[in-house]
Design a protein around this ligand. Sequence first.
Ligand code: UDP
Length: 311
Amino acid sequence: MHIVITGGAGFIGSHLVERFLSLGHQVIVIDNLITGKLENLTLNKDLTFIEQNVCKYIEIEGKVDWVMHFASPASPIDFKKLPIQILKVGSSGTINALGVAKAKKAKFFLASTSEVYGDPLEHPQKETYVGNVDPISERSVYDESKRFAEATTMAYHRFHKIDTRIIRIFNTYGPRMRPEDGRVISNFISQALTNKQITVYGDGTQTRSFQYVTDLIEGVTKLLDVDFHDPVNLGNPDEYTILDLAKIIKNLTNSNSEIIFKPLPEADPKRRRPDISRAKQILKWEAKVSLESGLMKMIEYYKEIKVGIKI
Ligand code: UDP
């Protein structure tokens, strides 16, 4: 197949590119490298890289089977640094990407997020839960642009009859996540490996459920083959408090770091855990990698890229 991946030089996008190349597909990556890195990609004859902002008109030559829209800064620190870029890529970027799918008679795949549930009042979160999002908080730039992206995808599906898929990705980690990304696992491992203070925001009782990236990629590839258009949660339902996560990472790295507490960012969700019954039923999929084994792989990777050199 010929597959266009927006954001293909990013953390998740690049794992997807790798998987599709290994399956023998032709891949075209469109990425403006705002948070992605060219080093995440191994260029070869089956891979074309276009350095472009997907908010600008996209022109692709030849046949396209799938347009997969994975472009967007996604870390809470980006919500402050890149708010307008996030709003644009979720809105006009999504419309442009859908436009390519329409013009090429291709299928369309949207990477959405558990952030559409906001600070959820239902737990765990099922796809039918419509969310609790503050439209003006600092997080809203990401939450609302992804909600807009989902609405747009469904409108193109209903009105233009485009064959679409939507996934809601829950907290995902793994190699190629930038050490400076600002998210909790990359922060805690970087801090633990360098014996710096481990920064727990708030009192650490808020929860998250962490999925290793290979599990996510497996779920994505399975959904390509299933004719299903409503959103599908992809995540690992094992739920941890952030304080427990800090202790686990400190132990796994044999670190002397002190665990300290810092203010909780605005609108930080208190609990998050996916209900994955839908994915289990339609994809025969569930996350397999335990937190401990995933963290060990991530720690090894950070040591390899020298995040962990003790000074
Ligand atoms: N967090 C933390 N210390 C950090 C980074 C994040 O305690 O150094 C907390 C953050 O406040 C949130 C959770 O960890 O409650 C997950 O944050 P992350 O940025 O990874 O993603 P989110 O799920 O909030 O989008």
